[in-house]
Design a binder for this molecule. Structure first.
Ligand code: ADP
Length: 252
């Protein structure tokens, strides 16, 4: 369980998160939605302490992240940033990075680190590509490598900033299915998504942000049908139920 209380963040003196409150339950997929510039990435970065907060708190299972060392934090929370540069290293080496928080100086991998990496690669189905360079992979394969890296990091909380961007529809579903499995194992999965169909299909808990504040939270169907959503995006959705679930359409 992750809890954000009254979080305020500014860039160069200009406040962009205005006292944000949210909770993200354990063993569930939580999705943060909201228009561009509403503060979603800043929230995730503040959770990881990649940007400083002016006030407020972020707690993991009741423990403030501000009281943790960098290494302690990296053992509790893993982060997959959006669209990153592709490093010129092999898949195996990339996933090994997930073990950094567990190594003492000088970094020397132990047999258990290699075993965790092997299992993580197996879990995402990339064992055969372990010695390929990251630059030789497709976007979908790369996202799986990052997922394997967070698995190797063995954290209770996983943050993903727009993990499905640039993926084709099949790879999107594959990634989200894996995220769902991770949640089922008891991890707290928190992601930013734009595709509202995926939100309906995969989110257990949705947090809607608008202009630096949370304006609605709850189940996907509650939040997507809310006035707050209409206000945030300036659109209205209508829903249709079919035998494979509920779908949403933009009303004009
Ligand atoms: P979202 O992820 O919802 O698109 P962001 O968290 O990226 O929103 O941005 C929230 C606000 O903060 C926006 O107004 C954006 O312009 C501003 N912002 C984001 N990053 C920076 C930065 N590094 N410096 C200054 N302003 C920033």
């Amino acid at each position: 369980m992750v809890e954000i209380r009254d979080l305020r963040v500014s860039y160069e003196g200009e406040e962009v998160l205005h006292g944000m409150d949210a909770h993200f339950p354990k063993g569930k997929i939580s999705v943060i939605i909201g228009p561009n510039g509403s503060g979603k990435s800043t929230t995730i970065k503040a959770m990881m302490r990649l940007v400083a907060s002016d006030s407020g708190s972020v707690e993991i299972d009741g423990e403030p992240v501000s009281s943790l060392s960098q290494t302690e934090l990296a053992r509790k929370m893993a982060y997959i940033p959006q669209g990153r540069n592709v490093p010129d290293i092999t898949v195996n080496r990339m996933v090994m990075h997930g073990r950094f928080p567990y190594l003492s100086y000088p970094r020397r991998y132990r047999p258990e680190d290699h075993e965790m990496v092997r299992k993580a690669l197996e879990w995402v189905g990339l064992t055969d590509l372990a010695h390929k360079k990251m630059s030789q992979l497709s976007g979908g394969q790369r996202q799986k490598v990052y997922l394997a890296m967070t698995l190797a990091q063995d954290t209770g909380v996983i943050l993903m900033d727009e993990p499905t961007t640039y993926l084709d529809i099949r790879n999107q579903f594959e990634l989200l299915d894996r995220a769902r499995l991770l949640a089922k194992e008891g991890k707290t999965v928190i992601m930013i998504l734009h595709d509202l169909e995926s939100v309906l299909r995969y989110a257990d808990h949705v947090v809607l942000m608008d202009s630096g504040s949370v304006t609605a939270s709850g189940t996907a169907s509650e939040v997507l049908a809310s006035e707050a959503l209409k206000k945030a995006f300036g659109i209205e959705l209508s829903f249709i139920e079919t035998e494979d679930g509920v779908h949403c359409f933009v009303k004009r």
